[in-house]
Design a protein around this ligand. Structure first.
Ligand code: ARG
Length: 552
């Protein structure tokens, strides 16, 4: 348990002593800023006379070493404050002892499978897939930090009737040299061409179906072609993964499940969960539209392969949770999928970690059809970062590396700084600003902390005593880090960490501009505080998969 949690626990114990046997939940709140307290409890639901109860709790005795400094009744509320003589130095000690492990938890032998990124081959990775990659990776880091064994699985969209169309288009109009020159753009164009031509020549669709059948039947030269498309696509995706340092434990695309999906259809029919409807097979669901699992031409679908994946994942890993990091546009689909899985008797361990859209300026989405090429987007961010760095600090060494860290960090942070269910925009100016709620702002606070530490000759740890209000407030803020991580994990929402880091950076900047550190008579304590700030900022950014430059 971390110091902050011990403090919460002490508060709870005190309340329990007074309230004794109560069925009602004791629900603490973090008081609003204007209230000078660290934890409060509204007593309304605990007693018919909440004011009296608050008074009673207020009278409880505290020991000298208690983490609680004071208890104050305020009408029906009871406010607890930390013990300023004890809490800050204990919290500091904890941070400095654990350093990069601060906020982590011991291994818990539980597994979490995270289905993330999951782009579709033969198409460019979309901004939506980038969001999934960014959110998924952050959740991966967070859960790993909290002691879980994470299994990151890239559920590639590499199977389905669209590959019949693509193969058909390639067979008719394709050319190997052009394909190898610029695979994704080329394949994407072929796919577009197929749809255009099919409008006037519906026979093409039948031809495409035939090709897909051949693929499913394992016809050699068709399978070879499909493998080539997959390989070229993966190479393209890999460029993005390399930039963001993303690794997967598994890359079991939909193709991995296609035979299992056929077996799944059989199981579903045998158990009468699915039934024949016209020539197709569906799973009727209570309060939801039925889920189609086999088309009249006997091909399986995305959903069928997802059901097979649920079977495989549960049997193979017995995960505590399976997270699907996929946009909100698939919300209905996941409701259907999960209720079908329930009918099949799988554990209810699935979570749709949904997220909003990326709203792009027109300018960005026009180039070469309607698709945005992620690489262009990312390179743009790095380029702007480079320009800013050049301007702010022309003498900086390693400009390339640092612009990368800033440019990529800006993209990640822009995604994670607000609740994932909201849509995001690319506002380059805001994203890359050194002031305001941006990544460079936090990275810069970190660099500033480092530079103070560098200037100091020695940092001594010897029974530090925190005295001033600002010192204590900052220390208290830092101590909250472990609880913020927990909250992010509970709700699968990294933005709690992102917002917290902004607050820490702001409080640190305020502290630094009003309180002298070097040369002050409180230098020893303040340097330790700065050191602790640097640890928290680094750990937090790490969890979001953002790098911390040493200079900017
Ligand atoms: N490839 C899919 C798409 O781009 C996302 C797959 C998400 N994962 C899953 N198990 N359905 O829409």
């Amino acid at each position: 348990m971390y110091v902050i949690e011990k403090f919460y626990k002490e508060c709870e114990d005190i309340v329990k002593k007074v309230v004794k046997k109560t069925e009602k939940k004791i629900k603490f709140e973090i008081p609003p800023r204007e209230i000078d307290a660290d934890l409060s409890l509204p007593c309304f639901t605990l007693s018919n006379n909440p004011n009296e109860l608050a008074k009673k709790i207020e009278k409880q005795k505290l020991s000298k070493n208690s983490l609680i400094g004071s208890i104050d009744a305020d009408g029906p509320y009871i406010n607890f404050s930390i013990n300023r003589d004890v809490f800050p130095s204990l919290a500091l000690k904890e941070i400095l002892n654990k350093k990069e492990k601060y906020g982590s938890r011991p291994k818990n032998n539980k597994k979490i499978l995270i289905d993330f990124s999951s782009p579709n081959i033969a198409k460019p990775m979309s901004v939506g897939h980038l969001r999934s990659t960014i959110i998924g990776k952050s959740l991966y880091n967070i859960f790993e930090f909290l002691g879980y064994e994470c299994i990151g699985d890239n559920h590639l969209g590499d199977w389905g009737t669209q590959f019949g169309k693509l193969i058909c288009a390639y067979k008719r109009w394709g050319n190997m040299t052009e394909l190898k020159n610029n695979p994704i753009r080329y394949l994407n164009n072929l796919y577009v061409k197929f749809h255009e031509k099919a409008k006037t020549n519906p026979k093409l669709n039948d031809e495409a179906k035939l090709y897909f059948k051949k693929l499913e039947n394992g016809e050699k030269n068709i399978v070879e072609l499909w493998k080539l498309f997959s390989k070229l696509s993966m190479e393209d995706f890999q460029k993005i993964y390399d930039m963001f340092d993303i690794k997967f434990d598994l890359k079991l695309g939909e193709s991995f499940y296609y035979k299992k999906a056929k077996d799944m259809v059989k199981t579903l029919l045998d158990s009468k969960i699915a039934l024949l409807s016209d020539d197709a097979i569906i799973i009727p669901l209570a309060n939801l539209p039925p889920l189609l699992i086999q088309k009249s031409d006997e091909t399986t679908l995305y959903a069928t392969r997802d059901l097979a994946a649920i079977d495989y994942r549960n049997k193979k890993f017995k995960p505590e949770k399976i997270l699907y990091v996929v946009g909100s546009d698939q919300s209905l689909y996941f409701k259907q999928l999960f209720s079908a899985a329930k009918l099949l008797g799988y554990p209810e361990n699935f979570v749709h970690v949904n997220f909003g859209m990326v709203l792009l300026e027109k300018k960005m989405s026009t180039r070469s059809g309607r698709v945005v090429f992620l690489e262009d987007l990312i390179n743009k961010s790095i380029k702007i970062a480079r320009r800013i760095v050049e301007e702010k600090n022309p003498k900086l060494m390693k400009k390339d590396e640092i612009s990368q860290q800033i440019g990529l960090g800006a993209i990640i942070f822009n995604d994670l700084k607000q609740d994932r269910i909201k849509d995001i925009r690319f506002d380059w100016k805001k994203m890359l600003s050194f002031e305001g709620d941006s990544c460079p702002y936090i990275q810069y606070a970190y660099v500033r902390a480092l530079s103070i530490l560098k200037k100091a000759k020695t940092i001594k740890y010897k029974k530090p005593k925190f005295k001033t209000k600002k010192e204590i407030e900052l220390m208290k803020k830092l101590s909250e880090f472990p609880t913020v991580i927990e909250k992010s994990a509970e709700q699968y929402k990294p933005h709690f960490i992102a917002q917290y880091l902004l607050e820490v950076a702001t409080e640190f900047n305020e502290f630094y501009s009003s309180e002298r550190v070097l040369g002050s008579e409180r230098e020893k304590e303040r340097l330790l505080l700065v050191y602790a700030v640097s640890i928290i900022l680094k750990n937090g950014l790490n969890l979001l998969n953002i790098k911390t430059p040493n200079e900017m």
